[in-house]
Design a protein around this ligand. Sequence first.
Ligand SMILES: Cc1cc2nc3c(=O)[nH]c(=O)nc-3n(C[C@H](O)[C@H](O)[C@H](O)COP(=O)(O)O)c2cc1C
Length: 359
Amino acid sequence: MKWSNQITQLIGIDYPIIQAPMFGVTTPEMVIAASRAGALGSLSLGDLPAERCSELIRSTAAHVKKPFAVNIFVNHVPEVSVNLRIAYNETKVFVEQLALQHGLEVALPELDSIHITDYREQIDAIITQQCKVVSFTFGNLDPHSIKRLKDNDVIIIGTCTSVAEAIALEEAGIDVICVQGLEAGGHRGSFEEAPVPEIGGFSLLPQVKEHVNAPLIYAGGLYNASTIHSAKLLGANGFQIGSLLLKSKESALLDFEKARLSHVQESDIVLTRSFSGRYARGIKNTFIEALDKSQYILPYPYQNKLTGELRRIAKANKNVDFVNIWAGQSIHSYSELSTADIIQMLIREVENLHTSLVV
Ligand SMILES: Cc1cc2nc3c(=O)[nH]c(=O)nc-3n(C[C@H](O)[C@H](O)[C@H](O)COP(=O)(O)O)c2cc1C
């Protein structure tokens, strides 16, 4: 059975909505609500240790009858060279001083104390917990992991940001391809850190459609019926929504972060490597502006690990200038309703537009 049929059956509608995994924003409650509203929920596991992944999966699965997706980061980890060690220490000093100049006292971790998760351990947890859909970003899975997932009847969704990446995913045997346009909020799912593909979604989607046979999910800038219908016309079988849920009741963003979204301007939304070392789209602030014009950006995941403690302290201090608020280019009113209400209203809007288009 084709994936699009499988998912259509799983979630029972013609326009399958996928709640985007949003690490740091998605909560089990969001996944539960999305699933109940008729969408495919996606639980973000990011680079969490396997044990924590199992806990989150269990606490979500306890409340969801239908399958939901889990999402992991599948990135290359550069070796720790002498040069990386020097750069890490210099970046640590620069970031600590920058924070101090803005009233935030923070001690960032030493390089030797950071923990980097091997995604293969997460896959063990995913299989043990009997998840039936796994999506991933930042790279491609190794053949052994793909075989293990397939042997356990897990549907595999990979993310691409170019035609070349889509072809690589299909050739590796990935079941479903999530096409992420440049307008998307959050990290670019690109395999390489630089030069990162910068292709707008509505250019990329039809090109990917021409080059691969796998069913396609589209992600990037979807926020109403007309954007979803347009993506369908361009070849999408499923529609992934992220930024639309940023201010939802179940979002893990704090009130001061949600408040920042309320007055965001077009020129505030930028692509930046400042927080993690990988390009991500979000709201410009003091930290982003200072880092992007400096030389103090380490390769992912080192920059991400380095700045984690800064972001934690900034959140605790409600300091909007040192937290990462990822958001896509489609600025809208960011509803504060529950995830379930937002998705159900979207589904109704899509169906109404469909009816008016075919009549
Ligand atoms: C706050 C935030 C966090 C995100 N985290 C992830 C993630 O952990 N894994 C992933 O595959 N995509 C992640 N994304 C990207 C989304 O899956 C999706 O591509 C994007 O939200 C679609 O664009 P939109 O935000 O315009 O809807 C994130 C997006 C946002 C806004």
